[in-house]
Design a protein. Sequence first.
Length: 296
Amino acid sequence: MKKIIFILLGTVFILSSCSKTTLSFLVDEPEQTNVPANYSFEIDETNCESFEWDFGDGTTSQDSTPNHTYYLSGNYMVTLKGRSGKKLKEVKKEIFVKAPEKCLIKIETTYGIMIAELYDITPKHRDNFIKLAEEGFYDDLLFHRVIKGFMIQGGDPDSRGADQTVRLGSGGPGYQVDAEITDKLAHTKGALAAARTGGPSNPLKKSSGSQFYIVQGKEVQEESLMQYEARLGINYPEEVKDMYVKEGGVPFLDQDYTVFGQVIEGLEVIDAIAAVKTLPGDRPSDNVSMKITVIK
């Protein structure tokens, strides 16, 4: 982390005495300045009575040591204003945030924010998800099916504003996505996967055009992974095995549904949503809404 300081000096008169007012701030730049980039700021001042930050992306703060995350790349003018009596001091610094190196999305929920990577080895699902997100398709939809120790599911357009008496889970954009099942990806905790209809009506395991689920899962032992490998005729990559053992998951879904992404920040949000009270049919008793945007 490199620390940069910006200083503005001024003079104000208080109670007929000369008092110097200084205002500056320190910026702790993250080692990785690609979005999502989390910056830390710290005020250094004398004789200022109040402060306000403007981070250049429409958000403000009055904290003395705020942290702020940028989710879109670009140039941002950070402004700190300090007030002493009728005098206003201001110092600015331009920050450049670079575009992400991977395909990332932000999933905002009632319980917090998740950042997920979409995989290039599942391009049909990646591109379809990006298209829907950029159209605002997912905004205000619900996680309509939640099973603790298993997964949280959403993406049904019929869930937007739906009454609790409405049965959900059958809606979509009017098309399916061809399966992109690979033994390189698995249902570890945080896996982002496509929901689909099962049974003989869908022999090609085509995915829903919009519905998805995020795995919470349970503890997985290495011995059970060996059994799944034998049954499925696959060899899990070592990083997948490590993730299963460390974080858990639901390996019994492997090779049956398309995994196309992974939550890389906000695993605790999955746990929070999975813990909500649910009604018969696994719908949360209090709505859990979402908003999905592409990080770029």
